[in-house]
Design a protein. Sequence first.
Lengths: 383, 250
Amino acid sequence: MSESFHDIREAVRKLCAGFPGEYWRNLDRERSYPTDFVDALTNSGFLSALIPTEFGGSGLGVQEAGAILEEIHASGCNGGACHAQMYTMGTILRHGNNQQKETYLPKIASGELRLQAFGVTEPTSGTDTSRIRTTATRRADGYIINGQKVWTSRIEYSDLLLLLARTKPRESGKKPHDGISVFLVDIRDLQNQGLEIKPLRAMINHSACEVFFENMLVPTSGLIGKEGEGFRYILDGMNAERILLAHEAIGDARWFIDKAVGYAKDRVVFDRPIGKNQGVQFPIAENYAEMCAAQLMVQKAARLFDNQESCGKEANIAKYLASEASWRAGDTCMQTFGGFGFAEEYDIERKFRETRLFRTAPISSNLILSYIAEHVLGLPRSF
Amino acid sequence: MKILVAVKRVVDYNVKVRVNLEGTAVETNNVKMSMNPFDEIAVEEGVRLKESGKCDELVAVSIGTSSSQETIRTALAMGADRGILVETDDPIEPLGVAKLLKVICSREKPDIVIVGKQAIDDDANQTGQMLAALLDWPQGTFASRINIENTKAQVTREVDVGLETIEINLPAVISTDLRLNEPRYASLPNIMKAKKKPIDIIPITELNIDIAPRVKVIKVSEPPKREAGVIVENVKELLEKLRNEAKVIS
Ligand SMILES: Cc1cc2nc3c(=O)[nH]c(=O)nc-3n(C[C@H](O)[C@H](O)[C@H](O)COP(=O)(O)OP(=O)(O)OC[C@H]3O[C@@H](n4cnc5c(N)ncnc54)[C@H](O)[C@@H]3O)c2cc1C
């Protein structure tokens, strides 16, 4: 059987074999962080795949990084606790100055520093990022941050935060996204110094938090690129994120299909394996076909990204198709397992909850559809 | 010191194997293949001996189709220095493998050959022993511990009565048991380095060895389906069933 990046996938599968369903079930119950799993990935260099070799990474593309994440999910594990350590650094790599790159990238590559928190979403702005209200006000020694973020994942397990804040009001620029800046914030010493983090109880174990800033000082050296141009800087990072998370969704779909097939063959009801009934077979077969189709789109988007060609359309469509495919495969898997799908011990219900995230975050399906409708197909703008 | 490890590409241990339609072999089309687990242990032991400074060069040898290069790459990513593939599309029996390995040994002149005690596809458990015999080298089979001192190897073997430790002179052939070590998974940087390590591909015909099969496979069939168990009332009934139904006592 030939698969792309076979050697990488094989090694990831072996690593993941040490973290079975029981490991994740316990963490899920306690809502605690998979430290051992993240350490194993860090120590074997998988999280620094995208960092260029000159900064201590492996200098690979999103195709390889995607293969890593896909295999993590296809093995029943979850990359959500650390996937952002792979790609958040992209903003520094592409838009940071030499000093920022030299200071941070080698330490991010070795795992000494964690940059896996990205503060965009706010309670009042919703998906309309141009309406973020967190402000950064310039002072002689840096910027003073005030405002609030929500759903900031992994910030409790991160040393650095990539933060989006307004340096100029929305009304003052030519375009709605002008005046937004990106900061790299070392948050290790900022708790009680204007930074407050409150974990959110959520449907899945994703370490998402509310974050409050009150006169928090960020030194001038923390500004990435030019003031007010920040939104542009994070756009190509968002494409990478969508392509990588689409790989995770494909991995989930594979896992669900695999589980459903196994159970459908083994479970005997009415003196026959349930998988002998076409009513059980067909949804699984349909999901498999959908997964294969989505996978092609994901691969295409990744290839374009790695060749530095424009890939906004493909990245969005890939994320959309992959998240729908994994969700439907998850639903079929639940149905195939009957009542046992609800039993924690089978991991189906946990994966089912986990994979639902891809339809909402980092961008919800509707927003992708509106992007396709308006930006690809030229339909009239709805907002 | 130079160590040679032999690695075989087999159906992955997680795969539920099926007999092919003709009933002549196990189906390998579209089936996940991996390195034989006992060979992984052999590679791991070699890598550990390298890390401890006792081994200077670790060479991984495979005999098989061109896809066996993947298996060799796995060994290189774990830490072997280079690979040799004796390429053939035909299945080779243990005696053929041992003869081919002997030729490789005469070219490479290793101090130790480490092989898995058996491959999980045919469970033959013959190659290591045959190779030692052909080379006229000492052998330490079923190793659960290996200690190399200068020109000698102490090999702890898992035998029926417990553990037996023997001392053999090098060069020698050692075969690995399951408890020898726990193989590592390759790190990403090592996977990338492995891509640049050389694999020498030798067409099998070049070696001029008689590898004609000595054994003819007549039929391959699935094991009988396991019947559901029964609960017996008492010891008397149990004995009766063991005697008359299972026919395991008389
Ligand atoms: C577990 C989790 C982790 C997250 N991690 C992070 C993180 O680390 N950092 C971060 O910044 N954010 C994070 N998020 C936030 C996530 O990116 C947002 O929740 C998501 O983008 C949707 O934004 P919203 O919640 O404000 O929904 P809203 O924008 O309020 O949208 C609500 C619904 O309305 C629909 N909708 C809105 N406008 C339109 C329109 N014009 N046309 C049609 N439909 C529309 C949306 O599609 C959605 O279904 C996380 C979220 C979750 C749940």
